[in-house]
Structure formats: structure tokens, C-alpha cells
Design a protein around this ligand. Sequence first.
Ligand code: OFO
Length: 170
Amino acid sequence: MVSDIIEKALNHQIRIEAESSQIYLAMASWAEVQGFEGVASFMYAHSDEERMHMLKLVKFVNERGGHAEVSDLTKPPVSFGSFKEMFQKLFDHEVMVSQKINELVDITLKEKDYATHNFLQWYVAEQIEEEALARTILDKINLIGDDKGGLYLFDNDVKLLVTNPGPEVE
Ligand code: OFO
């Protein structure tokens, strides 16, 4: 059984994961409109992943006798300036999420909720990967700068990082 404190903290994380999914969906749409299909596929897939992170938390809260809440969400930006700015935002966002996960882990220790603590280890490992990937991409984009040819090649490259290319709409 989850305590009220843990339930509230997990519900807050559910909201953060849902908002992450929305932000990356907005990035995908913006990239697609700019004609950068590779970046768009990467962002669509990333948005799906965040939804999966959210669902995993929903299931966990409910399985442990709590009630996972679906909350309202903050509207993400419509446009992102440049790819450099967009990937910087993505990196900063992942750093913020890692911090939130760490805070959650801290709460589970204070509450002596070792089951939730154990469950959250998956998120701790996932955040290490997500931050590393975001940093790698940001380093690449910083090297390219505003060079159009470089951006074209980068768009092709980033496709290779996609395991699930996202929605197909005919
Ligand atoms: Fe849910 O891992 Fe990114 O934000």
C-alpha cells in the first residue's frame, strides 16, 4: 500500500512525464513542419517513450492501492527558434526530470517505502541514458551550428537513433 505522501509524489511525477510527452510532441510537430523528418521521427518516438514512462507509474500507483490521477497539463511552446535551442531545451528538460526523480527517491527513503524505492531504480537508470543521449545530440548540433548541409546530414543521422518512428499518417 502506498502512503498518501508517496501517492501524491508519484502523481506529481505522472504529471511531469505527461508534460514531457507533450513537449516532445510539440517539438516533433515543429520539426516536421520545418521539413526535418529525422528530427521529427526522433521526437515522436521520444514523446511515445515519455507516455510509456507515465503509464508505468500509473499502473504502479494503482497496483499498490493508490489512485493514479490524470491532471491538466501545461501547454508546451508552439515553436522552438532553432534546432540548437530546441535540443538545448530537451537537454535542460531531462536534467530537470532527473532531479525530480532524485527527489522522489529521497522521499521514498524518508518514508521507508522500499518497494517504491526499488521501482524507481528503473527511472534512475533511464534518466542516465536520456541525459547522455540528449548531451550527445546537443554536442553534435553545437558543432554544426547553422550550417544547412550539416543540418541535412544531422537530420539523416538522427533517424538512426529512432527505434519507433512514430505515427504514420497517409
Ligand atoms: Fe521520462 O524520461 Fe525523459 O523526461
